[in-house]
Design a protein around this ligand. Structure first.
Ligand code: PHE
Length: 362
């Protein structure tokens, strides 16, 4: 048996314990209680409170918990008395600690507050903002939603069929070269434009069709001031009975005035895209010089802004639209290009560098 009675509790021998030993055990419980009282009196803050609690009550190593686990080492007849005494001690310790808890917690808080100047202004929380391209993308979508258009959210990884074939660009069609493409395999590619909305909307809806889709497109282009291998587009398609080039012109005029200001003029020049016939390149009057001629518009007074045309009858037929009854128009535009013009930015990379000094201006 160890010499100090306080420790005897843990080293209780397996051999039968005499009445004398039980008396010693009770003595050691008393010693334990006294030790606890001493430790308890020394509690001054949450840290010391916790260390006293753990010393006596911790599940695996607490003094009282361990002693109770050793109960089975004591002769059967002595167990009830010893167990009860230990349990009383445990309840006593628990209650004392519980009583002390609120006071310790309040003292802790008070001392923390003393060290903190609560009247000091907090650190400013900086809020994120919507990227200028995204703002423009949403603004354009909103204009068309207000006119009753259906917004299509389409995949950036597209099938060759939707990006090319169904838009009258079969394999080996020379027009594919103009959109140098990232292919995954024979069928899957990164879309080179948003014009697949024509095919997807005609598959999904019956005329009248009014659909728009915006998003990222990818081409094997260099990354320099005027090119990016990833940029944003918006494509629009309308298919109904009796749609003419006049409808296309009317809508574009209204849209471009809304986007660039009411004084904006536009003109159509013949242009070729395999999925429209006739096709057109659309210019707006130069927004820098109002059409008088400047360096930005190469003295022409006009700036090219989008491609458009009447949906090719073949494209209608491939998507099971009766081309003897319905006609439609479609157009597509680069959103980054609009941003560059609208905000007078001379390097497209600025939109993708994520330099906050640049982005905070929008
Ligand atoms: N998809 C064409 C491009 O990326 C633009 C376009 C769309 C032209 C619709 C005509 C009709 O250049």
């Amino acid at each position: 048996m160890p010499a100090t009675p306080g420790v005897a509790v843990f080293g209780v021998p397996r051999t039968p314990v005499s009445g004398y030993e039980v008396v010693r055990m009770n003595e050691s419980i008393d010693t334990l209680r006294q030790e606890f009282e001493q430790d308890f009196a020394a509690i001054s803050d949450m840290e010391t409170w916790k260390s006293v609690r753990d010393r006596y009550l911790a599940r695996d190593s607490g003094v009282i918990t361990t002693a109770l686990k050793k109960l089975r080492d004591i002769p059967k007849e002595d167990r009830p008395a010893f167990g009860q005494a230990m349990n009383r001690l445990r309840t006593f310790v628990e209650e004392r600690l519980q009583e002390k808890f609120a006071a310790v917690r309040d003292a802790d808080l008070a001392s923390k507050l003393q060290k903190t100047d609560v009247t000091r202004p907090g650190f400013p929380i900086s809020l994120g903002a919507v990227h200028p391209i995204k703002q423009l993308q949403k603004e354009i979508e909103q204009i068309f939603v207000s006119m009753g258009f259906q917004v299509f959210d389409l995949p950036e990884i597209e099938k060759d069929y939707y990006n090319f074939e169904a838009l009258n660009m079969p394999r080996n069609h020379p027009a594919r070269d103009a959109q140098d493409t990232f292919y995954f395999d024979q069928t899957n590619l990164l879309r080179t434009h948003c014009s697949a909305v024509q095919v997807h909307s005609m598959e999904a809806m019956k005329p009248p069709i009014r659909a728009i889709s915006t998003g990222k497109v990818y081409r094997r282009d260099p990354f320099d001031a005027t090119h990016s291998p990833m940029f944003y587009q918006v494509d629009v398609i309308v298919v109904e009975e009796g749609i003419t080039m006049g409808d296309l012109k009317g809508m574009l005029d209204a849209f471009l005035k809304r986007l660039f200001g009411p004084g904006t003029l536009m003109r159509l020049r013949p242009g070729f895209f395999p999925f429209v016939e006739p096709g057109a390149e659309v210019d707006i009057s130069c927004i820098f010089c109002s059409g008088r001629g400047c360096a930005k518009c190469k003295q022409s007074g006009w700036i090219e802004i989008l491609g458009a045309g009447m949906v090719h009858p073949k494209v209608l037929r491939m998507s099971n639209i009766d081309d003897s009854r319905y006609s439609g128009f479609a157009w597509g535009m680069g959103i980054d290009r609009v941003a560059i013009l609208k905000y007078g930015v001379d390097d497209i990379r600025l939109f993708f560098d994520n330099d906050l000094r640049f982005l905070r201006q929008f």
